[in-house]
Design a protein around this ligand. Sequence first.
Ligand code: FPP
Length: 248
Amino acid sequence: MPLFRRKEQPSAEVDFTKLPRHIAIIMDGNGRWAKKRGLPRTAGHAAGAETFRSIATYCKEIGLDYLTVYAFSTENWKRPAEEVSAIMGLLKKYLLEAIGQMERDKVKMEFFGDLSPLTPELRELCQRTREISKHYEGCQVNICLNYGGRDELMRGAMAYAKDCAEGKADPNHLTQEQFGQYLFSKGVPDPDLVIRPSGELRLSNFLLWQSAYAEFYFTDVLWPDFSKEELHKAIAAYQHRSRRFGGV
Ligand code: FPP
């Protein structure tokens, strides 16, 4: 068994009374899932979007407070235009459906990232989704779109510098809580558990500030194959960890 999972409990038994408050997921492995089946990469993203739908629905059912997913990074624009456009198409489809079902689902939706390079139509859909759902209480789903952790930190630093220059902030006094207000994740507690499927063991510029004390769970399962049972395994592993936040 790989070293990083040496101490993990094999059981997927979850204590639903002690769920992490916030789970963040890097939805990785769509391309490999498609390749294994002789399909185009875009088919992998379509399957990944379905997995996202079912995992998000399930997270709401079990009473999770926050789910954050990495849908498109600041670096993903380097992919072939056809693939970028397929991912944007899947997002549009998802948002249209989410808007249609909002009264029933009542999931609050937010977007982390700079939405300005998106098409006006997609930007408007994100804005509408955010606006309609902003009063919902319960589960909040954050979609990271054109998001990068470094980009977020630089934007935060620039906004803080601007506030200092305008006399709205004190350059000699800044707490971590105050700086957190300059980030896309403003108002959202840090993730307790970050999950990365597909066997890759890196953070890839995801929630760099917010995941400072997160527990990490890695699995070889590719994102389109990620199921409720896989989520249970991740949560069960989290529940067996001892979190010390730098203390003893
Ligand atoms: C990473 O897998 C996945 C992405 C860059 C795109 C994720 C997008 C979706 C799941 C669909 C749209 C999202 C929503 C929220 C509806 P990869 O392509 O890098 O996989 P690989 O490493 O196997 O090539």
